[in-house]
Design a protein. Structure first.
Lengths: 455, 101
């Protein structure tokens, strides 16, 4: 009922008015056969839509939210370079909050923490609200000529005679020569096609996040930042009750995003507290709370994030008339200190569009022609980065990594800095902390070696 | 009494109060259904802890579920040891509306 013609005409006029595209063709062009249908106006879908519409394809983007971004949540930081490759200098007009020039990494044990901080006058990543960035990216696709239709929850991919021919939502169907799946981490459509099985706890992590309104000046003062400079802060250890994963703090323009990510494979066995209360513990941590205690929580949310890299990728990313991008493909990188979701998603959408353009020039969107997408991915930073994830999985399964190492770091610092009468030597402090953390010297050397190698 | 002046009282907020900050347009039909016959037999009930929106709560021995405050993350579906959860996205623009995430 939501895809009936009247609704479409109404919607198209609305979109036409809203986006002020170069000409009025959409209003006349209401139809149910398209060159390309994209499912999901997230970073992957909108990047693909932008590239394809710019090339002159008739592109329809279907989004289940009332607006692009309404269903999206991330940690808080986007790496800029992949987006710059797509949008060029236009990226400067994106809703960028702050350029990250301070990176902080902390080990937490109880009320104590040890930090490493990196400060720089240059930056390759920025903070933002994902709903704002998604809105901007969808508008870029719209300006290029794509038609965005919101409030349509696609519930199936239509597969017939060995190829994908369209998508369905309730009793309505729309058809296209190519469908690009950018549905996100809960890949119900791919399950429906039989390309993947239901997500397993070991393949994903759950993130929960609070955005705290604080004011621009307070953020600058308390985090030691200049105007438009941001901080990205990751914490591990006691802050997640030693469950593999970590906590994050990002500074936005006038708010702070704080939250944590728990590896579900471990969390189902080890969680002791409701996840919202774990976020509250982060907010009220004695060493952190003064940074934002007078701020107001503006929003709270949760989202899944792919963790398994190649291990959760569908067997194929290209079928006849079909391509898979972004989180749905498992194409997100999380190596603990660096999490790349939005830029990876956007870049895979960009590559999918490139592959589609090539395939079209070769004569059509056959699996054979679209396979170029898989090789483009394999030759790009995306796949090279992701293959390292296989190693990270082993680290996650080593309970020592998220408990013993933070305890060792904090314990050593406590022994060195908290002095009774005698001034302790560093080596003795370290060994005492090591024994308290239950780590043998050899096993520690082995862990350290593996950590450096895998990361 | 006087030494307490100027101290900020810091207490964790309950999930129900935190969720007051969010905006929904709740679907009239539930987008999640729980098979209670399977759910009752579950020994571990990880949903009680890991649903970020606290949609699953314990009432006596039984898990009680409400879909209205769901943030559509999909965690419950992935972790449910009994496979008791049928999970879809809400229809046509309904559900959570994130603005600052």
């Amino acid at each position: 009922m939501y895809l009936n013609y009247l609704h479409w005409v109404e919607k198209s006029i609305y979109i036409y008015k809203k986006l002020i595209p170069p000409c009025g063709v959409y209003v006349l062009d209401v139809k149910n056969k398209w060159d390309v249908i994209i499912v999901g106006a997230g970073p992957a879908g909108s990047a693909a839509g932008y590239m394809l519409a710019k090339k002159g394809f008739n592109v329809l983007i279907l989004e289940r939210g009332r607006q692009p971004g309404y269903k999206e949540l991330f940690g808080g930081r986007v790496y800029a370079e992949p987006l710059r490759e797509i949008y060029g200098n236009d990226l400067e007009k994106a809703p960028i909050h702050r350029w990250v020039k301070r990176e902080k990494l902390s080990f937490v044990d109880g009320s104590k923490l040890v930090s490493i901080e990196y400060q720089s006058d240059t930056s390759t990543s920025f903070t933002t609200y994902l709903p704002q960035l998604a809105r901007w990216m969808a508008d870029k696709a719209g300006e290029a000529g794509a038609l965005l239709v919101e409030e349509v929850t696609v519930d199936r991919i239509i597969y017939k005679d060995g190829k994908v021919i369209g998508v369905g939502s309730g009793s309505d169907e729309v058809y296209a020569d190519l469908v690009i799946d950018a549905e996100g981490v809960n890949r119900l459509l791919l399950e429906g096609l039989g390309l993947v099985v239901k997500l397993q706890p070991e393949q994903v992590a759950v993130g929960a996040k609070e955005t705290i309104k604080l004011g621009e000046d307070k953020i600058n003062e308390r985090f030691g930042l200049n105007k438009e400079e941001g901080m990205a802060w990751l914490l591990m250890g006691g802050i997640t009750d030693y469950i593999p994963g970590g906590a994050f703090i990002y500074t936005n323009k006038d708010s702070v995003s704080i939250g944590l990510v728990l590896h579900l494979g471990h969390a189902i066995k080890e969680v002791k507290d409701h996840i919202s209360q774990m976020v509250e513990k982060l907010r009220l941590h004695p060493q952190l709370r003064n940074l934002w205690i007078d701020g107001d929580i503006m929003e709270y949310g949760g989202h899944l994030t792919p963790e398994a890299g190649p291990a959760m990728m569908p067997k194929k990313l290209a079928l006849n008339g079909f391509l898979i991008t972004g989180d749905a493909g498992g194409l997100l990188l999380n190596v603990g200190y660096t999490i790349r979701g939005v830029d990876f998603a956007a870049y895979t959408g960009y590559l999918a569009a490139k592959a589609a353009i090539e395939a079209h020039d070769k004569g059509g969107f056959t699996e054979q022609n679209l396979k170029a997408y898989e090789s483009m991915l394999k030759n790009s930073f995306v796949y090279k980065d992701l293959t390292r994830l296989t190693g990270m999985q082993d680290l996650y399964n080593d309970p020592g990594m998220f408990k013993a190492l933070p305890k060792l770091a904090v314990g050593t610092a406590a022994n060195v800095f908290e002095i009774d009468l005698e001034t302790p030597g560093v080596w003795n402090s370290f060994n005492k902390a090591r024994r308290n953390a239950g780590l043998g010297l050899l096993s520690l050397a082995w862990k350290g070696y593996r950590l450096m190698k895998k990361m | 009494m006087s030494q307490d002046q100027g101290k900020t009282e810091v207490k964790p907020m309950k999930i129900d109060d935190i969720l007051q900050r969010d905006v929904w347009d709740v679907d009239l039909e539930p987008h999640i259904t729980v098979d209670s016959s399977k759910c009752e037999k579950c020994p571990t009930k990880p949903c009680l802890y890991l649903c970020p929106a606290g949609c699953y709560i314990l009432a006596g021995e039984k898990v009680v579920f409400s879909y209205e405050g769901c943030v559509e993350c999909g965690t419950c579906r992935v972790i449910c040891p009994m496979n008791a959860i049928t999970w879809h996205y809400p229809k046509s623009g309904r559900g959570i509306m994130y603005r600052f995430t």
